[in-house]
Design a protein. Structure first.
Length: 561
């Protein structure tokens, strides 16, 4: 009910009347001259109106990135739209392919940016300064989502209010993701350090979480456009913020209780605890109040769906998890040693390897159901999903993108510190050689008081034990010495990148990242098989027809209709 208090105002504003931008036959309820943004209260209602539009695409942020990936499979009871989405079949209309919903967000942003009175001041303060920056962030985020899903799209930065303007937008030359990213890097950079709005508590949420962290978004835009050093700089600037540093702490992970008995790990690792969220799209609790997320019914057994879930972890996800080697450090009276957890002998196969899948996923059989029961006898629970929020950014995934940027900037040792050891000056000094430290410079500089060896952790340790001691999880080295140092770095970069992409799957499963992570690396390498191979093998066996389909990059995108 977070928008209930302003719902009546939103219904009379521009921000519920913007029509489908690419549908030239749509009618506009409000006209441009009827809506001015020159009063302080406009800032709250206008910005919340944009968030209201973002709710409509929120579920798709997850489902388009997850259903097309190798980490989940649709069940027999999945909707036809989800099944066709997973099969990359767009021969029929699909409710998840509604490009106009993205442009509704964009058009609202364009209108706000075009009409807000940025010169308006009160007591020497620009009233709309923070909101102006926040809306620029919303627009860039929506365009990045649009480009990832549709490939080439109209780049429209002025409000479309008439049928003629909509037709002009459709007929312009379309922009690809590189052009989209470069445009918005330039657009956002002047606002990177502008403070975002403070609207206080709305519903049960601190509204500060509704806004896109600008430096992280700039990092993503640079990462997608191949500007890796810039990407690493933006991520570092955000994580190492002098006022609010974002530290990768060791407390929130799942571990085995003992080094000798492997029956049941410690309590589950709740990867989506509140402290993990950097920004969210808040969702409604009741349809009466607005858009309600359906993700819980898609991924989980609920009374509403008679316990029939529609998406389940794939054999591909289980394989990635089981391939990890869990290492645990222990101390005796005289020494420190390590033990590697066995690879078999468990009551549940998902206890092999990394524990994050186990901690976030349960499947149980419920007895008492006969052949005529309307209820499923199997109940699935994935505890990473919440009905009241959809994450736009989460801390651990930002760290992994930072590692990806460092690695591609020619700093594989630094990227391994993120994965294996944890970012602090002691670890950087110990595990990054002097030449790379000089090359990296400020890209790997962190506050020594906030980032210490005691309170930081390598991301792999969140589910695979004490990775800093794991002799099987190391920086790849060539079998024989190569001619130059650069040859060694060039050898390491794709292999470290593979480790990062695997870690993204382990950490970000079911959250909507996977398809785009595979896409980004495949495009970077010019190798469509990087995406086609794992997705075509996601059910545990090769699907040659699907692989052939995905070897054509045109089939990665939704049809723009």
């Amino acid at each position: 009910m977070w928008l209930a208090s302003v719902r009546s105002i939103l219904h009379s504003s521009l921000f519920t009347s913007c029509s489908d931008m690419l549908e030239t036959s749509s009618e506009l309820v409000e006209f441009e001259e009827d809506n001015t943004l020159n009063h302080p209260t406009d800032s709250v209602y206008s910005v919340l109106g944009i968030i209201n539009r973002m709710q409509i695409i929120a579920d798709r942020v997850v489902l388009l990135g997850e259903t097309r990936s190798d980490l989940v499979l649709p069940t027999e009871v999945a909707s036809s739209d989800l099944k066709r989405l997973a099969a990359f079949d767009f021969s029929q209309p699909n409710k998840y392919n509604q490009v106009s919903d993205y442009y509704a967000v964009i058009n609202n942003c364009n209108y706000f940016l075009a009409h807000v009175d940025t010169a308006l001041q009160r007591r020497g303060r620009q009233i709309f300064k923070y909101e102006y920056a926040a809306v620029k962030g919303f627009r860039a985020w929506a365009y990045l989502e649009l480009a990832k899903n549709y490939g080439r799209v109209p780049l429209v930065t002025t409000p479309v209010m008439t049928e003629r303007e909509a037709e002009d937008a459709r007929s312009q030359q379309y922009s690809d993701i590189q052009q989209i990213c470069n445009y918005f890097i330039n657009d956002l950079t002047p606002y990177a350090l502008v403070e975002l709005p403070h609207f206080g508590t709305i519903g049960s949420w601190n509204s500060d979480m509704f806004f896109i962290p600008m430096r992280v978004l700039l990092g993503d835009l640079c990462l997608w456009s191949g500007r890796y050093e810039e990407a690493a700089r933006w991520y570092n600037s955000y994580l190492n913020d002098k006022d609010i540093p974002v530290v990768m702490r060791s407390g929130n992970r799942i571990q085995w209780n003992s080094v000798t008995e492997f029956q049941r790990p410690q309590d589950s690792y709740y990867v989506t605890s509140t402290e993990e969220y950097l920004s969210i799209i808040p969702m409604e609790e009741r349809i009466f109040d607005g858009t309600v997320s359906d993700l819980n019914n898609v991924f989980n057994s609920t009374r509403e769906n008679n316990y029939y879930y529609q998406l389940a972890p794939s054999p591909g996800m289980r394989r990635i998890s089981a391939e990890q080697i869990y290492c645990k450090e222990y101390k005796t009276e005289t020494a420190t040693d390590t033990v590697y957890v066995p690879r078999s002998g468990f009551s549940d196969d998902i206890l092999v390897g990394d524990l994050r899948l186990y901690s976030n996923y349960r499947l149980s059989s419920r007895g008492g159901q006969d052949a005529y029961s309307e209820y499923s006898s199997y109940h699935q629970s994935i505890n990473k999903l919440w009905s009241d929020r959809i994450a736009t950014y989460r801390k651990n995934m930002v760290y992994l993108r930072y590692a990806e940027a460092l690695n591609r900037a020619g700093l594989p040792q630094s990227a391994m510190v993120v994965l294996k050891y944890g970012l602090c000056s002691e670890n950087i000094q110990a595990y990054v050689d002097s030449l790379e430290q000089v090359k990296a410079g400020e890209l790997i500089s962190f506050d020594k008081t906030a980032f210490t060896r005691e309170n930081t952790i390598g991301i792999h340790s969140l589910g695979s034990g004490d990775s800093q001691c794991n002799n099987y999880y190391v920086l790849p080295q060539p079998q024989s010495q190569l001619a130059t140092r650069q040859d060694t770095i060039d050898y390491q970069i794709p292999l470290v990148e593979d480790m990062i992409v695997n870690e993204m799957a382990l950490e970000g499963a079911f959250e909507g990242y996977r398809f785009y992570d595979l896409m980004r690396v495949a495009l970077r390498r010019g190798d469509p098989a990087y995406l086609a191979d794992p997705i075509s093998r996601r059910n545990g066996q090769a699907d040659d027809q699907l692989r052939t389909l995905l070897m054509d990059t045109n089939n990665w995108y939704l049809p723009l209709k």
